[in-house]
Write a protein that binds this ligand. Sequence first.
Ligand SMILES: *Cc1c(COP(=O)(O)O)cnc(C)c1O
Length: 371
Amino acid sequence: MAVPFIDIKRFESGFLDNWNAKVKSLSENAQFIGGSEVNDLETELSKWTEQKYTIACANGTDALQLALRAVGVGRGDKVLVPDSTFWATFESVVNVGADPYTVDTNPSDLQMDFQVFAEAIDKVKPKAAIIVHLYGWGTGQIESFRKLCKDKNVPLVEDGAQCFGVQWKGHSLYKDALIATTSFYPAKVLGAAGDGGAVFTNDEELASITRKLANHGRTSHYEHGYVGWNSRMDSLQAAFVRLSLQHLKSRIESRKKSAQFYYKELPKLNIQVIHPPEGYDENGYCNVTIVDPDRRPKIEAVLKEKGIGFGNIYPGAMSDQPGAKPHLIERFGKDQNARRIASSVLNFPLFAYMKDSELEEVLDVIRNGKV
Ligand SMILES: *Cc1c(COP(=O)(O)O)cnc(C)c1O
């Protein structure tokens, strides 16, 4: 039996009927941009994130660029970013005209290393920093990151593209962020029927600037207080995300059940599974294992042969990307953990509503492959 790495077609019964009805009514009313779907989505997202203001936008990369611009990052500014993340984090810094400096990874939770980050803050004196909550959890030292940045007057942008629904000490991980972002790319835990993103903040001023930047810098219909761009979310995406929110709790529960299966079973096959640090209630975005770089291709070959999907998230550090060369000023961290992790990370299938038989099949294939 083949098992996909991810299957985003497993909708709850009735979900697509509700969606089709929405498409019909929004289309009949030519309700394509703005309107109540987007406003209602923003209100609902604010409840989930425990942040006062939500600004829906076109995608997760734009959300980062909006947040960076809102905290004042512009041409020639210096910004710290983790060396282990998705490329969009790095891109967002360059796209607003700033220079990225990468910070190495903590091998225990695979998040940005606080010690290396603290050194980089003192050395670079950046205009801002981005932290990424990767894999469906975050760093155990999130409070230290936030406090240090506050003390040093460095706005911390939190890239939460992978952490929607994650709880830290009983609250949304987004709750105490100065400004945070997410992506509604369909393969995320909360996805749209296309592209979408959002910015969250408790700060009225940051919210107001973000909203203007996402709509051509408008201060009124034909007055432009900033050079922004068009990063509006359309009404159809908002409607789809709202319908998805109604099922998010059960989707996350299902993902977490599969994650638990892997925590229990993979170590028996001598595969090291990464757990979220204490204090986190994960959203089950991703299964993450670390295997010896000599063994990894052997496991992958067996999986491939039997039609089992897998991932390497991510196969390279940001500072090693060919596209980083003209932009990267300096990489922080002597240990090169980001590089080492990239060569040993292996992700097994994990998505909402995986069947027990699929999970068992993944295990059987590894077991029988004797790898
Ligand atoms: C998906 C993702 C993004 C980008 O989101 P898009 O909506 O695809 O632009 C940014 N950062 C991280 C960590 C992501 O996983």
